[in-house]
Each structure stands twice: as structure tokens, then as C-alpha cells.
Design a binder for this molecule. Structure first.
Ligand code: MSP
Length: 669
């Protein structure tokens, strides 16, 4: 039996569980369930990250001891996840005695195996409490010495500290990324890490003396461990309690860390370096997912916290007859609408549309119409196999093909594609009913044909009820109840994976019930969206979190879309000169350009200009480039490193440019 161990980041307790971390946790749960279905031993870990300066200060502000504060906050996370149909095998807190012991053991393993890897020194630099990380000058935004992520002033910290000799691990890490391309997924993120590590690594400060709220360093209790050393260790410390648990870190286990892209560096650079030094095996994959926006807005803290995943699940629960089913709808939307690994928008109107189309009209309707036909034509029982024709063979072959593609997608950790394939099964079955027309066969008295059609549909529905289980566990159970089947058991998919569609025994009773996913009409959908849209959404989505830097003009709070002055300063706008332009095969809107933006090499920029411009007409043109956007993937191997500004409808675009012979790379301000 294969082993599969999946983890989520452990969440900071000074926040509430929000849609962003619900996303990581749901993905991990879904992967665990997929592996259970395959008959693997699967285990999932989540938990809370409870040490560090941020927590110590927040507790102080509230007049609480840190432990009382974290005890209270951690509960929110522990209680939230089951409400989203997430089943965790373990929940670790970094204040657990087992964790503190484990983190100290890992430290000692490093110190014993590689005595040079941990050494005492002193350190002075800028520190961002929000990131719990030292920053160099180039990480800061001026004026005001602001952390580029938190937009808050950093502090100067100087202290004695133990260092980890990270510098020694640059080469071994690069070798790891070369040898095991699956270690960092998706590929675009791997490239970022490779280029970061290729620049060389500085030794890492891994202890603090200025705070006491942390795990004491073994042998030197004046120091507590740097929160990230302590936090990363959780994945391993959580398994140290028993041999059965330890086996999930064994050589034959597939270990997957699901993380957000913001914390990839910690997981793909520091963590494997610590493990290499301690002589512990490395995880199989660190999968960095993208960031979610909500209704098109960036989820700044205030917006993020007013988008309540459990509230969304409950609202849909009212529509589908129960909170668990509502959680399924949310899970489906998060996994289907967002390409895993890429940034994506969680849009409520789109969620209602997808709910109606995929869940209501496609899957739900297939079940309802099949069971309705069985009530009418086979006395509500599973019919015998009847007289199959090419129609049935074709459907079974199509289902088999889609299922195999879905399995491949799951194995590559591409849930959106896996679901797309599963729903292709439902679409194929709906088309098949129309083509096979059992009502016409029934009228003609063709018993054998009616039986063949309805038994085939019941087989396909049985398979679908298994295939949807990882994402829609509650609705899978409900669907199976109506089909007269027991709930999915671990290993349920195993034989089916090998054997293809199972055929049910004739005569078993069916139990049609209410629709799985009643469709929402326009008014109902709109009411749901309105009820779930945070009231001050526009304002909170775009207003800066922190006050603007001293001396900066007051942010334009008058309009919902105003941004602070120095936020605009973050956008690197440059003049670019197009060097080459070509069409992109199979993408009729896109052109691939090489644009000189004043760097050693021209940049590759993929732009939706093909409906408006012949490629050759662009060569030599001056364009305005957003030069510091995160790279964006447009398919296999095609990555864009910037954006070109233009205006107008996509078939009549006009390029933004500069008035004059300005050289490539000139900054716009
Ligand atoms: N405590 C650290 C993780 C330590 S793991 C050893 C931490 N915690 S966090 O609570 O700030 O963030 C947890 C996760 O939530 C991160 O993976 C982060 O990417 C994710 N998200 C926060 N906002 C998000 C979105 N808007 N969208 C998607 N995920 C986001 O970092």
C-alpha cells in the first residue's frame, strides 16, 4: 500500500480562518480523500503557528498572557475545518509539548551531525514583525522604510543570534531542484526559486534573544528559536509520536506540502536545507498555490476577514438542504474555478452561474432524470443489463477515457482539470440519454433497450458518485443514497481504477429524493450574491491596510478605488521597444513579443494583441510595459514577464506609448 502525507501551512493565530487559508486546507483535504479512494494510506495535517513577536505583542495589547491568547485563537481554526467538510488526521499547535520536543530534537540533530552548521554570532538589520523576517535595504519601500508586503515601517533589531549555515546549501539545493523537478511545483514557481538560490544564500539567523515567546534553544535557553525554524519543523514533529505516524515520513511515503506562493521560499529553500543538515529525508513536493482575489478585489486583511468561508457554505446550504452540502458547493467552486497553482478570482456571481450549470443542470439533472425514468419504466429498481448497442459501448469507452484523464490530473495535483474531466462524464451521459431516447424505446415496447439504457446510466452515476467524493463528500453520500448505494468507503475507487465501470446487480432498489442541487433563478442568485457581498467591499478592498508613510498625502479615501501614493510607486512602468513579434500556435488572440526594457536581454511578453495587429507591424514600436508583474504562464513553457498597456476592444486595440524618442527602459513616473 502506498503512503501519502499532505500538509497545509500552519496558520498564524492572530488572524481568523479566512477564504485564503480555507483554500489551502480544502485542497489538502481533497488530495487526502483522493488518495484514500485509491486505497492508499493517506494522512493530512494542519494546525496553528503560535510563537513569535507578533503574537507576543498582540497578547500584550489585549492584556493577556501569550498562552491564554493562543489557546483561545487556535480553537477558531480547529472548529472551522470540520464545517467545511475537512477531515484532518491531526491538528498540531506549535505550543504542544510534543512539537517543542520535536523542534529541539531537530535542532540537536543538525548540531550533532554538522557541528559547523549552527554557530553563534550577532546580527543587526531591519525586521518586519508582520513577516517575522529580517529584511535588507532592497526589500524596503521608501519613503518611510516600509515592508513591501505589509506596508508598515520595519524596525531595527540587533541581537546575539545563532546562525544556520544556509550559504553552504546553495549548491545542494540547486542539485535537488535539478534532480527532482517535482520538488517545487508548479514549474513557473520552481524557476523563481532556482533564480533566487542561484544568486547565493546568506546564512540564516535562527534564534532570538529579544523575545521569550518561543521554543527554547537546547543548551542555551536565553535564546528561543526563530519562528520559521520552529514552524517548519511541525510537519515532521507531528509524526514523532508513534511508529505508525513516523511511517508517513518513511522513504516510500509521498510527502506533499501545500503552501501559498508567499511562503514558498521558506518551504523550498530553508526547510530542505534544515532537513539535509539533520539527515532527514526531504518532502516529495512543495506545491505553491496562487493568491485569491474576491469579486475582483485584492483580499487585504479587512476584506479577507469579512469574506467568511463558513458563511458562504451556510448560504449555499440553505439552497441545497444542509450546511454540509453547502460546504461541498464552496469546495467545488474553489477547486474548479481556480487553476491550481495560479492566482484566481473567487467571484460570487460566477459561483452562482457555475452552481446552476455544473451542479444543477449537468450532474443534478442527470441523477434526477435517470431516477425519474427508472421510477416510470423499471419500477424504481436497477434493471438487468438488457441489449447493449454501440451507443452503450461508446459511452462506456468515453467514461473510461475521461476517468483515466481525471486520475492523471489528480496525480499531477491538478484538481481543476480532474474535475473538468469528471464533469465531462456527466455531459457525455446527458447527451447519451438524449440520443438513446429511452422514452421512445419504451413506447415501442423495446424492453431490452430500455433496460440497457437505464442500467448503463445507473452505472455511470455510480461511478460519478465515487469520482466526486474527494470534493463533494456530503453530496456524494446523498447521491449514493438515492442510487441505493452505501456511502463511499476508503479504497472504493481501487478496483474501478483497474477494471473500469462496474455493473450493478439487477433488482436493487433505488430511492429517488429531492434534487441534489436545485437551480437558482435570477432573483434567487442575485439575493444570495448580495447577502454574501461584504458591505464596504469596494472601500476595504482597495483602501491601504496601513496608514500611508509619514509626510505622504492622505490616501484618496473619497473614492473606493483610490490607492495610496507610494502604492502607485510600486508599479514599475517603463518604455519598451518591441524587437520581435510572433503568433502563438493555437491561441488566436496572443502574440509573443521580445521587448527591450533596458535590460541585458529583451523580455518575453505575451500579450492579447493578435486580433488588432499583424506581428510585423509591432516590431520597432515603443510601448509602455508594466515591468514588475509576477510572471504569468500561458500554457506549457510560455511565460510572460510583463504587460503591455493598450486601450479599446480586443479587435481594435490602440497601444499606449510616449510622445518622443525616449530610450528603452526609461521609467514612467
Ligand atoms: N504561519 C505561516 C505558515 C507557516 S507553515 C510552516 C503563515 N501563516 S498565514 O496564516 O499567514 O498564511 C497561511 C496561508 O494562507 C499561506 O499559505 C497563504 O498563502 C494563505 N493565504 C493568505 N491569503 C491568501 C489569499 N488571498 N489567497 C490564497 N491564499 C492566501 O504564513
Amino acid at each position: 500500500m502506498s503512503r501519502f502525507y499532505v500538509t497545509t501551512p500552519i496558520y498564524y493565530v492572530n488572524d481568523v480562518p479566512h477564504l485564503g487559508n480555507a483554500y489551502s486546507t480544502i485542497v489538502a483535504d481533497v488530495l487526502r480523500r483522493y488518495h484514500l479512494l485509491r486505497g492508499d494510506a493517506a494522512r493530512m495535517l494542519t494546525g496553528t503557528d503560535e510563537h513569535g513577536l507578533k503574537v507576543e505583542r498582540e497578547a500584550q495589547e489585549r492584556g493577556m498572557t501569550p498562552i491564554a491568547f493562543v489557546d483561545g485563537m487556535s480553537v477558531h481554526f480547529r472548529e472551522a475545518w470540520p464545517k467545511l467538510e475537512i477531515e484532518t488526521d491531526d491538528f498540531i499547535r506549535t505550543t504542544d509539548a510534543r512539537h517543542e520536543r520535536g523542534a529541539q530534537a531537530l535542532w540537536l540533530d543538525i548540531a550533532r551531525r554538522n557541528p559547523d552548521d549552527i554557530y553563534l554570532g550577532s546580527y543587526e538589520d531591519w525586521y518586519c514583525v508582520g513577516c517575522e523576517e529580517f529584511k535588507t535595504e532592497k526589500d524596503l519601500v521608501q519613503p518611510g522604510n516600509l515592508c513591501a508586503i505589509h506596508r508598515k515601517p520595519v524596525e531595527r533589531l540587533k541581537e546575539d543570534t545563532y546562525f544556520f549555515r544556509l550559504s553552504r546549501y546553495a549548491e545542494p539545493l540547486l542539485e535537488l531542484y535539478r534532480q527532482k523537478p517535482e520538488f517545487i511545483q508548479p514549474e513557473s514557481r520552481r524557476n523563481e526559486v532556482v533564480s533566487f538560490v542561484s544568486g547565493g544564500l546568506r546564512d540564516l539567523s535562527i534564534s532570538r534573544t529579544k523575545l521569550t515567546w518561543g521554543v527554547p534553544v537546547p543548551g542555551d535557553p536565553k535564546h528561543v528559536m526563530y519562528v520559521w525554524f520552529d514552524a517548519l519543523a511541525n510537519y515532521w514533529t507531528a509524526l514523532q509520536g508513534s511508529d505508525a505516524a513516523k511511517a508517513f515520513w518513511g522513504d516510500d511515503s509521498r510527502i506533499v506540502h501545500v503552501v501559498g506562493k508567499d511562503i514558498l521560499r521558506f518551504h523550498a529553500v530553508y526547510w530542505p536545507a534544515f532537513l539535509m543538515s539533520a539527515g532527514v529525508r526531504l518532502p516529495t513536493t512543495v506545491y505553491a498555490h496562487g493568491f485569491l482575489t474576491f469579486n475582483g478585489h485584492k483580499m487585504s486583511k479587512s476584506l479577507r476577514n469579512s469574506v467568511e468561508p463558513i458563511g458562504i457554505a451556510r448560504a449555499f446550504g440553505q439552497v441545497v438542504g444542509g450546511d454540509a452540502g453547502g460546504a461541498d458547493v464552496l469546495r467545488y467552486q474553489l477547486l474548479r474555478a481556480i487553476a491550481f497553482g495560479q492566482d484566481g478570482d473567487f467571484d460570487l456571481t460566477a459561483m452562482v452561474e457555475r452552481y446552476n450549470a455544473d451542479l444543477g443542470k449537468n450532474l443534478g439533472n442527470l441523477l434526477a432524470r435517470t431516477l425519474g425514468l427508472c421510477v416510470k419504466m423499471t419500477a424504481g429498481k436497477v434493471p438487468p443489463p438488457g441489449e447493449a448497442t454501440a451507443l452503450e459501448h461508446d459511452l462506456r469507452a468515453a467514461v473510461d477515457g475521461h476517468w483515466r484523464d481525471a486520475v492523471d490530473a489528480w496525480d499531477r495535483i491538478e484538481p481543476h482539470r480532474a474535475l473538468e474531466r469528471v464533469w465531462a462524464i456527466a455531459s457525455a451521459a446527458n447527451q447519451y440519454v438524449d440520443r438513446a431516447a429511452p422514452w421512445a424505446e419504451d413506447k415501442k415496447g423495446h424492453r431490452g433497450r430500455v433496460d440497457a439504457i437505464l442500467s448503463t446510466l445507473l452505472d455511470v452515476l455510480g461511478a460519478l458518485s465515487v469520482a466526486i467524493w474527494p470534493v463533494l463528500p456530503a453530496k456524494s453520500a446523498e447521491m449514493r443514497r438515492q442510487l441505493g448505494l452505501p456511502p463511499v468507503q476508503p479504497g472504493e475507487g481501487k478496483d474501478w481504477f483497474a477494471a473500469g465501470l462496474e455493473t450493478r446487480a439487477a433488482g436493487e432498489a433505488l430511492a429517488p429524493g429531492t434534487p441534489l442541487f436545485p437551480t437558482l433563478d435570477e432573483a434567487g442568485g442575485k439575493a444570495l450574491v448580495d447577502a454574501l457581498t461584504p458591505k464596504a467591499e469596494g472601500a476595504s478592498a482597495s483602501a491601504p491596510e496601513a496608514p500611508a508613510s509619514p509626510g505622504a498625502p492622505a490616501p484618496g479615501a473619497a473614492t473606493a478605488t483610490a490607492i495610496a501614493y507610494d502604492q502607485f510607486g510600486l508599479v514599475d512602468l517603463r518604455v519598451g521597444v518591441v524587437k520581435t513579434a510572433e503568433r502563438v500556435p493555437k491561441k488566436d488572440k496572443l502574440l509573443k513579443l521580445a521587448v527591450d526594457v533596458g535590460e541585458a536581454e529583451p523580455r518575453t511578453i505575451v500579450a492579447g494583441l493578435a486580433l488588432s495587429f499583424q506581428p510585423e507591424a509591432l516590431v520597432g514600436r515603443r510601448v509602455i510595459v508594466v515591468a514588475n508583474l509576477a510572471p504569468r504562464e500561458f500554457g506549457k513553457g510560455l511565460v510572460s514577464y510583463g504587460m503591455i498597456l493598450a486601450t479599446g476592444p480586443s479587435e481594435k486595440l490602440v497601444l499606449a506609448t510616449v510622445d518622443g524618442e525616449v530610450e528603452a527602459g526609461a521609467r514612467l513616473k
